[in-house]
Design a protein around this ligand. Structure first.
Ligand SMILES: Nc1nc2c(c(=O)[nH]1)N[C@H]1C(S)=C(S)[C@@H](COP(=O)(O)O)O[C@H]1N2
Ligand SMILES: [Mo]
Length: 220
């Protein structure tokens, strides 16, 4: 802890054995070396986004789950907060080469959210839609349904601040951080892939940090 920056990490990440037994441990945190190639650890929590922090009124916040589902639905923030919750311990890797280790996220698992909608068998991709000018990111359904993926409203026990994507952000720890939508407002199921904001801008379509899927195209 640090008076000016409460998110500063002074020591080493917590030993996994010390985590409560109900915590889902992201598999990458079990690696002997938790820092992917070309990355380095930051002890801070940088703020990074394309368009700045949007104004979100908590009373009118909603999340839509739509596209190739049996039962599309919308949730208010109060409804979101009544769903069964999970805690996930995970690392976080931005393609600009910082990694923040040992984050404790809490919220609703993507599996819970999609089970409620009933995913149609043709659905193979997800598009996460966000409040910042319709920003999107795309990913395979299988990655979105990884056991450590969630929509989080708490980080290290505190509400996620607006700058970091609150009131609710996506978190898909096994991929680079741009696949984790801040200010998420919709989850769309699709049969085909629809490259999102950074993906259209030249970032890799998939984004595995361990094989450095940073950029796409001939220039990478
Ligand atoms: N809606 C939205 N989500 C986003 C982004 C964005 O521009 N808009 N940027 C992504 C990128 S590149 C990173 S590194 C992380 C940063 O999250 P942080 O600001 O909480 O560190 O958010 C990701 N999610
Ligand atoms: Mo990023």
């Amino acid at each position: 802890m640090n008076a000016e920056d409460p998110k500063y990490q002074a020591g080493e990440p917590l030993p996994l054995e010390s985590l409560p037994s109900d915590v889902i441990i992201s598999s990458d945190t079990r690696r002997e070396n938790r820092i992917p190639p070309g990355q380095s650890r930051t002890r801070k929590w940088p703020i990074l986004d394309a368009h700045g922090t949007p104004q979100i009124d908590r009373a009118s916040w909603k999340l839509d789950v739509f596209g190739l589902v049996d039962q599309p639905y919308s949730l208010s923030l109060a409804e979101f907060q009544t769903l069964p919750r999970v805690k996930v311990y995970a690392d976080f890797h931005c393609v600009t080469r910082w990694s923040r280790l040992g984050n404790m996220w809490e919220g609703v698992s993507t599996r819970t959210l999609l089970e409620r909608a009933g995913v149609k068998p043709e659905a193979r991709y997800v598009v996460c839609h966000a409040y910042d000018r319709g920003w999107t990111t795309n990913l395979p359904l299988a990655d979105f349904l990884s056991n450590d993926a969630l929509l989080a409203d708490l980080h290290d026990g505190q509400p996620i601040s607006a700058d970091h994507g609150g009131p609710v952000r996506g978190m898909v720890p096994l991929l680079y951080a741009w696949k984790s939508a801040k200010w998420i407002r919709g989850i769309e199921l699709s049969a085909y892939d629809k490259p999102g904001y950074w993906e259209r801008g030249g970032y890799h379509n998939h984004g595995d940090p361990w094989t450095e899927e940073r950029f796409s195209g001939w220039f990478s």
